[in-house]
Write a protein that binds this ligand. Structure first.
Ligand SMILES: [Zn+2]
Length: 600
């Protein structure tokens, strides 16, 4: 579709849009729900200071919290989805703004609840929780109580909340500097001058011309070199903020503070890094294949993203993509296949194509009381979009089953688990499409995509995770954070992960200063563990291992009823052991064997 025939929102056929009437039949119903919710939220005040009085009082509060929570979630979902479908609509902007105000009001009206529940005499509270009336709330409250030792008294918590605004400034300043203030100029290509920005950097590094890639790389990092001192200060501030919070809240370290909410042990994190280290020669093998495939004597750091296989010329209409997904998901059984097929077609979970003002990319968003929804910008000639649809469909099915099988207070799964359900579906789709592939090109494209995903997710995110661990640990030992200390630590990691076949430059280590994820400490490792788990689980299901399918489906139903490591154990993978990561590495090695036959 050219720029000229992208339709306006009001011209998109209804069947290509998601069906928001599952949430509210008419827009006026949203308005009346809003009024109801606004009144209901005032009721919380009367509970202040009373939760310890009796179990009946606590239950009454929990019922209200559930009722209001479910309603509010629908109100927000509706406004959010509309807003993403047409960001230019002032009606939608207004509605979304109103929904956000309501959420803020709800948060302030309910902020007394957690501290008050934690303050209830523990044996009394536990005796209440043992009763059947508390079935729907037990998981939520037990999870809440774990934080008791790390929660301060009311006055101190107030100070912490006030400090939070200052504390997040380093990250905001980093965003403003790198996305707005820094100017990178333009890159001359055969197709004309291309502005170099944060978002074109990635695509220019995939340019077939080596000269374009080299100039892009040098120009981009030159700007970071000119700002390396301020970038180091900002990152230092973010690390210090994290240390401040972990110390005030009595966590042994920043790492342990970050892992605490998911109840993940430090050894899961360390085990990931160690296992990837043990198999690093596989990544080096990949770069060696890449070097040969590109016909280069030396592979430079700016040559590691250029695709080795061009996007194959195949087209899939949306309906054909759904058909492929349907066939690929067959190992999960008829019920799964029927539900996802209906969701992607007649039940209209999906907003299918691009229109003016619509958010780019793709996402899945679920709630407790409505169907999950998927935003796509599906293009028939982009093979990757078929995978994206399968990916978002995986998230949606996870949301769908979790909402169906759990009480509201504990239906939602964690980010740790989220990427398992989505990348699992991509594995099944890749397997199916390779079996069906009628050309070497198509097979090479799919194998290449799987390899790229593992390199980008499992290896690269683990390198990031290791860097974060090293930096935080040395800062906690009192070592100052300087430009040199950061770049030399990062440089050694680059050398270890890329191996001797990849040529690095003086500016290469400046990458450490441009990764936005580092401003959310110890988060990226979840991508690596998620993909490893998905690969291991998909292999189990595809090889028809006894009970593998049933275990995986029960994981999709588990929502937030367990901590992520326990939920995944039930699914069949133990993330505290090396096995799932080793399985993923074996799988990567097989992909490399096949890739070598196909392309070199
Ligand atoms: Zn995802």
């Amino acid at each position: 579709m050219s720029q000229f025939n992208i339709p306006n929102r009001q011209d998109v056929p209804l069947l290509d849009q998601w069906d928001l009437t599952h949430l509210f039949q008419h827009e006026s119903d949203w308005e009346s729900a809003y009024t109801t919710s606004e009144k209901q939220v005032e009721l919380f005040d009367s509970f202040k200071g009373t939760l310890h009085q009796s179990k009946e009082q606590l239950l009454k509060l929990l019922h209200l919290l559930t009722q209001e929570g479910i309603l509010l979630e629908r109100i927000m979902q509706y406004a959010f989805l509309q807003q993403t479908s047409d960001g230019g609509s002032s009606t939608y902007q207004h509605r979304y703004g109103k929904a956000q105000q309501l959420i803020t009001l709800f948060s302030s009206k309910t902020s007394f609840i957690e501290p008050e529940i934690m303050a209830i005499d523990e044996p009394t509270l536990q005796s209440w929780l043992a009763l059947a009336e508390f079935d729907d709330y037990r998981v939520m409250i037990q999870k809440m109580l774990r934080f008791k030792d790390h929660t301060l008294d009311q006055e101190q918590e107030k100070i912490m909340a006030l400090q939070q605004e200052v504390g997040s400034k380093a990250s905001e300043a980093f965003g403003a500097l790198t996305n707005v203030d820094l100017q990178f100029g333009t890159i001359t290509t055969d197709e004309g001058k291309v502005p170099l920005t944060q978002s074109t950097f990635g695509s220019l590094l995939q340019h077939p011309s080596r000269s374009v890639r080299r100039r892009t790389y040098n120009k981009f990092y030159k700007v970071f070199d000119q700002h390396k001192h301020v970038l180091t200060q900002l990152y230092d501030a973010a690390v210090k903020q994290s240390m401040f919070r972990s110390r005030v809240r009595s966590y042994p370290s920043t790492l342990e503070m970050a892992l605490f909410p998911d109840n993940v042990d430090k050894n899961v994190y360390e085990n990931l890094i160690q296992t990837v280290h043990n198999h690093i020669s596989l990544l080096h093998r990949y770069y060696e294949i890449r070097k040969r495939a590109l016909g280069l004597k030396k592979l430079a750091h700016y040559d590691v993203y250029v695709p080795l296989v061009k996007d194959v010329k195949v087209t899939h209409t949306y309906e054909e993509a759904v058909e492929l997904i349907k066939e690929a998901m067959a190992p999960l059984g008829q019920e799964y296949v029927d539900t996802i097929t209906r969701g992607l077609t007649t039940d209209r979970w999906v907003d299918r194509y691009e229109n003016k003002g619509k958010r780019s990319g793709a996402f899945s968003s679920g709630t407790f009381s409505g169907p999950p929804y998927i935003l796509m910008n599906y293009k028939e000639d982009v093979l990757r979009d078929v995978f994206t649809l399968a990916h978002e469909g995986g998230h949606s099915m996870h949301s769908y089953y979790s909402a169906k099988s759990n009480p509201y207070s504990s239906y939602d799964y964690t980010i740790f688990e989220a990427e398992v359900a989505s990348t699992f579906n991509e594995q099944l789709l890749a397997h199916h499409m390779i079996q069906k592939a009628d050309s070497k090109e198509l097979e090479a494209y799919i194998v290449g995509k799987q390899i790229d995903d593992i390199v980008a997710t499992l290896f690269r995110q683990t390198m990031f995770a290791e860097f974060e661990m090293i930096v935080h640990h040395s800062a906690e030992q009192g070592e100052p954070i300087t430009v040199d200390s950061l770049t030399s630590k990062y440089r050694s990691l680059l050398e270890f992960y890329f191996g001797k076949d990849v040529q690095l430059f003086d500016v290469s280590a400046l990458e450490a200063l441009r990764i936005p994820h580092f401003y959310r400490p110890f988060y990226v490792y979840k991508y690596a563990t998620g993909l490893s788990a998905a690969i291991a689980l998909a292999e189990g299901v595809l090889q028809h291992k006894e009970g593998a399918k049933e275990r995986y489906l029960s994981f999709l139903h588990s929502g937030g009823s367990h901590y992520p490591i326990d939920a995944l154990k039930k699914a069949g993978v133990d993330m505290s052991s090396a096995t799932p990561i080793e399985d993923a590495m074996d799988f990567f090695n097989e992909l490399l064997d096949r890739y070598e036959q196909l392309i070199v």
